[in-house]
Ligand binder design. Structure first.
Ligand SMILES: Cc1cc2nc3c(=O)[nH]c(=O)nc-3n(C[C@H](O)[C@H](O)[C@H](O)COP(=O)(O)O)c2cc1C
Length: 147
């Protein structure tokens, strides 16, 4: 099984989360690919994965602008029924992952990951606790996509 992780990150925290989540997916025995939003050129780049995890930090109580554009592009891929997760780094309100997760569930009609969306305070991202919590999210996602 293959999991695609697509993220946007301005100052690198959400990028770090993406890498740790991918490690967790691999711990579960599944494959994980990590791509920056700018690497996704068309909906065709999203086909042939079994699960999808999208990441954006919260800026101005919203997802980052490139993630919004990406979500319109992703609408053109048929992701219905695929397992969906979302994550992001934040400092105080952390709105983005929940909004992305809602879009994946209600607009794309994907299967919502049982752990929901995953928000991590930026001060924690590069601690061992932060690394572990990202890996755990990825591992459980990988276990779920493998069933
Ligand atoms: C201009 C600006 C606006 C921000 N607005 C929010 C916000 O509304 N809520 C929040 O929780 N964090 C906010 N943050 C904090 C970022 O989400 C946080 O720094 C995050 O770790 C950045 O992730 P990145 O390194 O992946 O870009 C803001 C940061 C900046 C620079």
């Amino acid at each position: 099984m293959k999991v695609l992780i697509v993220y946007f990150s301005l100052s690198g925290k959400t990028e770090k989360m993406a890498e740790y989540i991918a490690e967790g997916v691999r711990f579960s025995g599944q494959q994980a690919l990590v791509k920056k939003i700018s690497d996704i050129k068309s909906a065709d780049d999203l086909v042939n994965y079994d699960g999808y995890i999208f990441g954006s930090p919260t800026y101005h109580r919203d997802m980052a602008e490139p993630m919004k554009t990406f979500l319109f592009l992703a609408k053109k891929a048929n992701l219905e029924g695929k397992l969906a997760g979302a994550f992001g780094s934040y400092t105080h309100s952390g709105d983005a992952p929940a909004i992305i997760f809602d879009t994946m569930q209600y607009v794309y009609k994907m299967e919502p990951f049982e752990l929901g969306s995953f928000n991590l305070k930026e001060a924690v991202v590069e601690t061992s606790e932060g690394m572990r919590s990202c890996q755990d999210y990825g591992r459980v996602f990988g276990e779920k996509v493998g069933t």
